[in-house]
Write a protein that binds this ligand. Structure first.
Ligand SMILES: C[S@@+](CC[C@H](N)C(=O)[O-])C[C@H]1O[C@@H](n2cnc3c(N)ncnc32)[C@H](O)[C@@H]1O
Length: 316
């Protein structure tokens, strides 16, 4: 796992977070530890990082890779969902602690994608339909595929996967599961491929891509977790502290964009209201007026970075 994951937009993230000696950070998505390591390098001897991951393998790997920082009480690794950010912070820091920066690099790591046992990749045919980031396992792709009503299957395929054939694929799954339980990635890929007429199959993108992505988002409740954590993250920043978020899916980016827009406004009253009644005050200033994307050079070196979008805000 160690060298598997190439951190995406690392220079830009470090540029915006600008970590300095003795500051405190939260890395909400540890993964291969790329961001935590780069931040640690700038923190001197007293700065600290609290790093989250749901994946026990990511935590175990970081325990080896970043051992000196753990021994020096600079890195706290927590096997937790970042949606519990505020509660977990209280366990490790004093109640009034505020941070200099908080970073999210959403989605899954290359190590998870390439792990045959996890079922994230439609390219690994014999894998179980799990798709969990880690424990606790609340849902599995196998359960969704074999038990959800056609209506709900089709809704996630359409909403999360933006797949034009969402209903047709849901119908094909429902037909197949009457005969056989669908338990492997290979079975699912075959059903999807057969459900989409050949002439509509896009040559550039595998027909299963969107459905696998939709299932992953649903299994891990990724959009819900993101929506829950954003206000917690903003409230945990010091004035001047930065919040950097990298997303890989248009719906994730929309949640971040809309949240930033709202949190950066002084008044949220409808425009027709002559006097402000809401008393809402801007909490952040948006630093990335336009979303930041990886350079062509980065995409060439690391194709998985191609859909990355970085947004950064500063606490007022
Ligand atoms: C894209 S990787 C992060 C890679 C990391 N920035 C690096 O440079 O190595 C995302 C990681 O976040 C974890 N993750 C996703 N959602 C999570 C959540 N709600 N709580 C905790 N960890 C989560 C995944 O398990 C995965 O290891």
């Amino acid at each position: 796992m160690e060298n598997f994951h190439q951190p995406v937009l690392l220079d830009q993230v470090i540029h915006y977070l600008a970590p300095k000696s003795n500051q405190n950070f939260v890395d909400c998505t540890l993964g291969g530890g790329g961001y935590s390591k780069a931040i640690l390098n700038k923190l001197g001897e007293k700065g600290k990082i609290l790093a989250f991951d749901l994946d026990n393998l990511a935590i175990a790997n970081a325990k080896l890779k970043l051992k000196p920082a753990i021994e020096n009480n600079q890195l706290y690794l927590v096997h937790e969902n970042f949606k519990n950010l505020s509660a977990i912070v209280k366990k490790y820091f004093t109640a009034d602690t505020k941070f200099d920066g908080i970073v999210f690099d959403l989605g899954l790591s290359s190590a998870q994608l390439e792990d045959q046992a996890r079922g994230f990749s439609f390219k690994l045919a014999g894998a179980p339909l799990a798709m969990n980031f880690g424990e606790p396992i609340i849902e599995t792709a196998e359960n969704i595929i074999n038990s959800w009503d056609i209506k709900y299957l089709s809704k996630i395929f359409k909403d999360y996967g933006e797949d034009k054939f969402a209903y047709k694929i849901a119908l094909a799954i429902a037909d197949e599961r009457k005969i056989n339980r669908i338990v492997t990635t290979g079975q699912l890929v075959k059903i999807i491929t057969n459900a989409i007429p050949k002439r509509f199959q896009d040559k550039r993108i595998h027909p299963a891509t969107r459905i696998f992505q939709a299932l992953r988002l649903a299994v891990n409740q990724e959009l819900e977790n993101l929506g829950d954590v954003l206000p917690q993250a903003v409230s945990l920043l010091k004035p001047g502290g930065k919040l950097a978020i990298i997303s890989y899916h248009s719906l994730e980016d929309r949640i971040v964009k809309q949240y930033f827009k709202k949190a950066a406004k002084d008044c949220l009253c409808p425009p027709a209201m002559p006097i402000c009644q809401c008393d809402h005050r801007a909490e952040i200033k948006i630093l990335t007026r336009k979303v930041l994307r990886p350079t062509e050079e980065e995409v060439l070196k690391n194709p998985r970075s191609r859909s990355a979008k970085l947004r950064v805000a500063k606490k007022i």
